[in-house]
Design a protein around this ligand. Structure first.
Ligand SMILES: N[C@H](CCC[C@H](N)C(=O)O)C(=O)O
Length: 281
């Protein structure tokens, strides 16, 4: 199977051009290629496929083989791949995902895509949209600074769906936290029927938030595009920041804007190609 290794701010995936390649069991392939010792090494597998509803389709699988509805860093790399590898000559493209059709504007520098602006669509704020289990009768309510007990400690969480499920928790000490203990406890918590991506955030000023993320199905990653959108939406909802936010991740910064009038979130950031390869599957 031919593949291309790419990343968005260090959130790395194995990309397969399914106009040319066929992946029989993507969940198993994702687990195999993701292993950083016995495989290629990645946070998961992303397949670039034909679509009847958009220019392309993105199918995304986490390192544990589970399917993600959407991937922000991944979709920017999809935009870069299809332009740089000649599948399109357009710089405005649409990509079908399980989280809906996303619209991308490609920023081309010296003939190659350097960065991408993505219309990430509407954030989902109702408990039932994320989903997060709440008390009877509160399924339609937003989840804003709502208490949850994890490993004997109570946290205030703000839930956001970006097509995939997120919950944002604000902490004083993000860099020093024991994410490998707290992250899985959130991911597997009974109040998240589809599991959850958890962002641990600290507001630096009214335009800047730092975060770390424990991703559903991949663990801590260097960056999470949908997670950065969730952090920006949560920070704006809680009036911690303005509507344009620089989200500072381990791998670098993403620029997020929530157009409240249109209720659309925009994410702008880089996409990087590392190498092309071939692997026996
Ligand atoms: N782990 C996520 C999918 C990848 C999201 C992340 N890598 C991004 O850039 O948005 C999930 O299961 O919902």
């Amino acid at each position: 199977m031919k593949f291309t290794k790419m990343h968005g701010l260090g959130n790395d995936y194995v990309y397969v051009n399914c106009f040319k390649e066929t992946v029989e069991n993507p969940s198993e392939v994702a687990k195999y290629v993701s292993d950083r010792h016995t495989g290629i090494g990645s946070d998961g597998l992303i397949m670039i496929c034909p679509s009847s509803q958009a220019d392309f389709e993105m199918q995304m699988y986490n390192a544990d083989g589970s399917r993600g509805e959407m991937c922000g860093n991944g979709i920017r790399c999809v935009g870069k791949y299809v332009y740089d590898y000649g599948l399109t000559d357009q710089t405005s493209i649409s990509v079908e995902t399980l989280g809906g059709i996303k619209y991308l504007d490609l920023n081309v520098v010296e003939g190659k895509v350097a960065s991408v602006k993505v219309n990430m669509g509407h954030p989902g704020l109702k408990a039932c949209e994320i989903p997060i289990i709440m008390d009877e009768g509160r399924e339609q309510d937003p989840v804003i600074l709502s208490p949850i007990e994890v490993r004997g400690q109570t946290y205030q969480m703000t839930g956001v769906s970006m097509g995939n499920p997120h919950t944002v928790v604000y902490l004083e000490n993000v860099q020093g936290m024991a994410i490998e203990e707290i992250g899985p406890a959130f991911e597997q918590h009974e109040r998240f029927p589809n599991r959850i991506n958890t962002e641990f955030a600290r507001v630096l000023d009214r335009r800047t938030v730092e975060m770390r993320v424990w991703e559903r199905g991949s663990g801590e990653t260097m960056a999470c595009g949908t997670g950065a959108c969730a952090v920006a939406v949560a920070s704006i909802l809680n009036n911690y920041t303005e509507n344009q936010v620089t989200v500072r991740l381990l791998g670098g910064d993403l620029e997020i804007e929530w157009d409240r009038e249109a209720d659309i979130v925009y994410m702008t950031g880089p996409a990087t190609t590392v190498f092309d390869g071939e692997i026996e599957i």
